[in-house]
Ligand binder design. Structure first.
Ligand code: AMP
Ligand code: ZN
Length: 110
């Protein structure tokens, strides 16, 4: 997608601190971390909202959650973590490419 910063990261056009990548997702460090560990888990397919899910995308998001659960220890999240998906204006979504925030590495304030 043109002008999508996460598509550009996925394409390698702008740098990121990647910690995991496979054929359908990438996980990299958030540039403005809100916790000791703050990662963004991004499906490579461009869409912005859960309201745009179809069966295939729902399965992709499901596999993404499955992967997070499998590699959480490697990501430094063995003591627990928070999963956040901001959707739309009231949630403060700034990047309109679906992404899952992973926050942890320390006890988190609510
Ligand atoms: P959201 O507000 O849910 O849309 O989250 C977007 C997140 O992307 C924010 O936490 C930003 O700090 C982060 N972000 C924006 N640009 C970059 C970038 N180039 N590399 C890493 N993280 C970024
Ligand atoms: Zn995108």
């Amino acid at each position: 997608m043109e002008n999508c910063i996460f598509c550009k990261i996925i394409a390698g056009e702008i740098p990121s601190a990647k910690v995991y990548e496979d054929d359908e997702i990438v996980i990299f460090k958030d540039i403005e971390p809100k916790a000791k560990i703050h990662l963004l888990c991004v499906p490579k397919e461009h869409f912005a909202y859960l309201s745009e899910l179809n069966e295939a995308r729902a399965a992709l998001v499901g596999r993404t959650l499955l992967k997070i659960g499998k590699i959480k220890d490697d990501l430094g999240l063995s003591e627990g973590y928070r999963v956040v998906v901001n959707q739309g204006e009231n949630a403060g979504q700034t990047v309109h490419h679906l992404h899952i925030h992973l926050l942890g590495g320390e006890p988190l304030p609510w």
